[in-house]
Design a protein around this ligand. Structure first.
Ligand SMILES: CC(C)(COP(=O)(O)OP(=O)(O)OC[C@H]1O[C@@H](n2cnc3c(N)ncnc32)[C@H](O)[C@@H]1OP(=O)(O)O)[C@@H](O)C(=O)NCCC(=O)NCCS
Length: 405
């Protein structure tokens, strides 16, 4: 039987279209509770299904995000809930869903799509490039002294989840507006995704805790964490699982992490999604003890190269001509002059040649042109062009998205 890809027209269809990914979570369909949460943050018309005889055998969705890029923000698709039932794998269903979704983003004027990939081999073929590195840490609590001693913050306050949003959302917003890769959170997102703590989300761990640090002029940092309790013959074996921690200044970040690292009667502190340049590495006296792992983080797809490149800022009064290959979205293929004024098509000689995935990798500042050239992912056609492109695309901080959406 053949299938047809089409966008959902009702909540019932949405529920059906997310069933394929739920299969991989170990359930055939979201519970009523899970479904209700999805409905609060995901518009029906942003969910595509691959339909066969009234059932969805595949699905793919996109959150309408406001994404921070270097120097600004733009509307972007936060791709999620992509799945094809094992009964229909490797017959081109994902390809058909990606086709429909990227065309839809383009129609909507979303010039960027981005995602977290379950497996790193999936999305390159659709033009997504690795755009950030994500860092995981796990540290024994007794090895967490800072290089310069600091008393634990005296102004930390545990707050109930019902009162947390008003206190922490402004901190998040200040950090998000300045950090490429982060998106603006709506009230619905805070309530349905971030501050919601049903049992199934705990995965055997403790309740969600929220702590707020005030350095004198209102909340400046917060953390969401779980105390995963454990002891063995009287000694603590438990773990502080940090789900999200951030401060709006270096002092605030230093204070919130001191709080987390000083929680008594636990053995270790873990955080799974930190930016590669997180200051903790330089704050600690023994950074090696963080035992940090790195993996691919965000993947970015420039849906419309001109508007996407024109939406970010550039760090030098210069320009560079890049010839872009893009099989999946051929409207992007060709030569682009990228300058501190934006990006426009050009007939000039190309100085750099690359695939659209390379543009995804440099877009948020997560990788340099020189790094990509060393991996033979871009080609320098005019001597010095890579160094000039790197001066143009340089950013002050690494991209970060603190949550998997
Ligand atoms: C990943 C997944 C959606 C792929 O769906 P699919 O319908 O089998 O993919 P398609 O048949 O359209 O494959 C398109 C191409 O991608 C390749 N591909 C797809 N999934 C792949 C994977 N996991 N690893 C390597 N290659 C993969 C196919 O081989 C095919 O290659 P080709 O174009 O050279 O022929 C499906 O396997 C799935 O649901 N996996 C579990 C959930 C998941 O990982 N979802 C992604 C969430 S981010």
């Amino acid at each position: 039987m053949s299938y047809a890809v089409k966008v959902c027209a009702s909540a019932a269809e949405l529920r059906e279209a997310v069933r394929p990914i739920w299969h991989y979570f170990g359930r055939s369909t979201p519970t009523d509770d899970q479904f209700e949460r999805i409905g609060r943050v995901l518009p029906v018309e942003r969910v595509h299904g691959a339909w066969e005889g009234g059932r969805a055998i595949g699905g793919a969705a996109a959150h309408p995000f406001l994404l921070t890029v270097p120097g600004g923000r733009l509307r972007a698709a936060g791709v999620t809930a992509v799945g094809v039932l094992p009964t229909h794998r490797r017959r081109g269903v994902l390809r058909a869903l990606m086709r429909a979704q990227l065309d839809d983003c383009r129609r909507r004027g979303e010039s960027v799509a981005y995602l977290w990939a379950t497996e790193d081999r999936i999305y390159g073929r659709f033009g997504y490039g690795i755009a950030s590195v994500s860092k995981e840490i796990e540290i024994a609590r007794e090895r967490t002294a800072y290089h310069a001693s600091l008393d634990p913050p005296r102004v930390a306050r545990l707050v109930g989840l019902e009162e947390a949003e008003a206190l922490v959302a402004p901190v998040y917003e200040r950090v998000a507006a300045a950090t490429p890769g982060m998106f603006a959170r709506t009230a619905a997102w805070w309530q349905a995704r971030v501050l919601d703590d049903p049992d199934w989300r705990r995965a055997g761990g403790g309740q969600l805790q929220c702590v707020v640090v005030d350095l004198g002029s209102g909340p400046a940092a917060y953390a969401l964490y779980r105390v995963n309790f454990g002891t063995d013959r009287g000694l603590p074996t438990g773990m502080i699982d940090v789900l999200e921690a951030m401060g709006d200044s270096p002092e605030a970040t230093r204070a919130i992490w001191r709080y987390l690292l000083d929680i008594d009667w636990t053995a270790r502190v873990r955080a799974r999604i930190l930016p590669v340049d997180h200051p903790l590495f330089l704050l600690l006296a023994e950074p090696r003890r963080l035992r940090f792992n790195v993996r691919d983080g965000l993947w970015v797809r420039l849906v419309d190269v001109g508007p996407a490149l024109s939406a970010r800022s550039y760090a030098a009064p210069d320009s560079v001509v890049v010839e872009v290959a893009d099989e999946f979205c051929p409207w992007n293929a060709g030569r682009w002059r990228v300058s501190d004024k934006g990006a426009e098509p050009t007939e000039s000689e190309a100085e750099i040649g690359c695939d659209v995935t390379a543009l995804g990798s440099v877009f948020l500042g997560g990788f340099t042109w020189a790094q990509l050239a060393r991996a033979l992912r871009v080609e320098e056609r005019s001597p010095g062009a890579l160094a000039r492109a790197d001066a143009l695309f340089r950013t002050a901080i690494a991209p970060w998205c603190p949550e998997i959406f």
